[in-house]
Design a binder for this molecule. Structure first.
Ligand code: GLN
Length: 533
């Protein structure tokens, strides 16, 4: 039987609840337990796939093609396990299935209610992920902030769940904010007291409280929180802002968090192997070079929109011994006229995934500048499509070549809707999603990076390189360095003769882990370092 840990958040959102949960996951896995994680989101969208990155940050794609919350990315990177669609569900998806059953007549005239029907459905998901993964420990993060109306059914389900399982099988971790009030020169515990009071009023007593703060929290403050919130002082953990998120697990470990959690769950205290994480952090510390990389996108005002890309650059940087300074460049402001001024000092240019016309011409200008100046270029999904449009225009005589996503009447739609997408009408969960195989051509930069001929990357797109123009592009010098095993879909392209210009239709950033950086990112960052030197 799996043990369950629920992670709730108090006071404000964006506290790093996901990182706290993921850090605990890392520690428990390092102690030899099989850990799985999930995010339960209280909003009514069926999944985050249809939400703007401006609203919700990046959409993280799992191997099995779930369009998930960005916290799944933290989980995968911290526990170094591939998660599935089981690891993320929303209140919207719960309602969708209940309403479908109600319409079918499954409730035989009964009234369908939040308690017990919604809470039962949530508990069924808790049992299901435990059964399907066979994990020793399931960590479930409840999205939102305690006190929100919409998160109530989740907290209530977790409360009921605890009562249905044997003593010692379920525990609650509450993550709160301890703000520093400059005028008073002190940190304040009242918001934490209030949010724990709120949590207790709905029947949940936290076992541990993790205090996030940008200031040191003294023992006296810890004791005060313990007294008011009915936990022991050592059960109040302190998590101050860290220079790297990967230091968070070590900070919690020093406070014996993992040890106390195992004791409370009646699990044996196996020894912790934190060596891989420690050596990653030591290598990060020892980086004595740096490179500047431009990430040319559209959602640049919210770096979380490019979270996995930024993380993957960091992981590859550590492997290559250099710190990667990421410069988010707004593609909407970029043109051939100012490309030199904006991108001239960059050692690498990355164009990540995206949707919609806005900023697309700027992304083409970025690809063009990289090609002309010999600056390493990594294109991802829309970044591949932009590179192909640029090449068609500049090298294959197809003036105005573009993607049919932006101009259905274009003379040269070098990127077009995939045939299987033609009759798709709904927007939710209908793209080409999840891991697909790709055959990499020997002798290419891609092959040099991967070192193998069949690779898998996660996809999330509707458009692809148009085969009607493929031969013309290849004749003009574009190398198709990766394709689907049946040869039908272009998966990777590159420019022979350029120091490093590679683009991928799949999203390599989702598979990068701190201790296992992604080969394409490593190839890109080391080419950037070569240019820098
Ligand atoms: N909008 C493009 C498509 O749907 C690219 C998608 C992406 O970059 N993830 O094909």
């Amino acid at each position: 039987m799996a043990k369950h840990i629920f992670v709730t958040g108090g006071v404000v959102s964006s506290l790093g609840k996901g990182i706290t949960a993921a850090s605990l996951g890392h520690l428990l896995k390092a102690r030899g337990y099989q850990v799985t994680m999930q995010k339960m989101d209280p909003y009514l969208n069926v999944d985050p796939g249809t939400m703007s990155p401006f609203q919700h940050g990046e959409v993280f794609v799992t191997e099995d093609g779930h369009e998930g919350d960005l916290d799944l990315g933290h989980y995968e990177r911290f526990i170094d396990e591939n998660l599935t669609r089981e690891s993320n569900f929303t209140q919207g998806s719960i309602y969708q299935s209940l309403i479908a059953r109600e319409r079918r007549g499954d409730y035989l005239g009964g009234t369908v209610q939040v308690i017990p029907h919604v809470t039962e459905a949530i508990k069924a998901r808790l049992r299901r992920i435990a059964d399907q993964t066979g994990a020793d420990i399931v960590i479930s993060e409840i999205g939102g902030t305690v006190g929100d109306i919409e998160s109530l059914p989740f907290i209530e389900a977790a409360r009921q769940f605890k009562k249905e399982l044997p003593y010692g099988d379920v525990l609650f971790v509450h993550v709160t904010l301890v703000p520093y009030i400059a005028a008073a020169h002190e940190v304040k515990t009242k918001p934490t007291q209030h949010s724990v009071k709120e949590l207790r009023s709905i029947g949940v007593q936290p076992d541990f409280i993790v205090c996030r703060s940008d200031h040191e929290i003294e023992d006296g403050v810890r004791e005060k929180i313990a007294l008011f919130c009915d936990v022991r002082p050592e059960e109040v953990l302190v998590c101050t802002d860290a220079p790297s998120i990967y230091e968070v697990p070590l900070g919690l470990h020093e406070q014996r968090f993992d040890e106390m959690v195992l004791d409370r769950l009646c699990l044996e205290r196996r020894s912790a192997d934190l060596a891989p994480l420690r050596s990653f952090l030591a290598a990060a510390d020892a980086c004595d070079e740096e490179v500047d990389v431009a990430v040319v996108g559209k959602y640049v005002s919210l770096p979380d929109a490019y979270l996995s890309v930024i993380e993957a650059l960091g992981h590859a940087g550590v492997r290559c011994g250099c710190r990667v300074n990421v410069h988010l460049v707004d593609g909407e402001e970029l043109s051939d006229a100012n490309a030199g001024a904006v991108l001239g000092g960059m050692d690498g240019i990355l164009v990540p995934g995206g949707f919609g016309q806005r900023a697309f011409e700027g992304k083409i200008a970025a690809a063009r500048y990289a090609r002309k100046q010999g600056i390493p270029y990594l294109g991802i999904c829309l970044g591949l499509q932009a590179a192909v449009c640029m090449f068609a225009r500049d090298a294959a005589g197809m003036s105005g070549a573009t993607s049919a996503e932006f101009d259905a009447e274009a003379a040269f739609p070098v990127v077009d809707l995939m045939p299987e997408q033609e009759d798709v009408e709904g927007k939710g969960g209908t793209m080409r999603l999840g891991a697909y195989p790709c055959k990499v051509e020997p002798g290419t930069k891609a092959f040099e990076a991967y070192g193998e001929s069949i690779i898998y990357e996660r996809h999330r797109h509707r458009y692809e390189v148009n085969n009607a123009f493929r031969e013309r592009l290849v004749e003009a010098g574009l190398s198709v360095s990766g394709a689907s095993p049946d040869g039908r879909l272009v998966e990777m392209v590159e420019l022979p003769g350029h120091p490093w210009f590679v683009a991928s239709q799949g999203h390599p950033e989702f598979k990068s882990r701190p201790t296992r950086p992604h080969p394409l990112f490593c190839g890109f960052v080391s080419a950037a370092a070569v240019r820098r030197a």
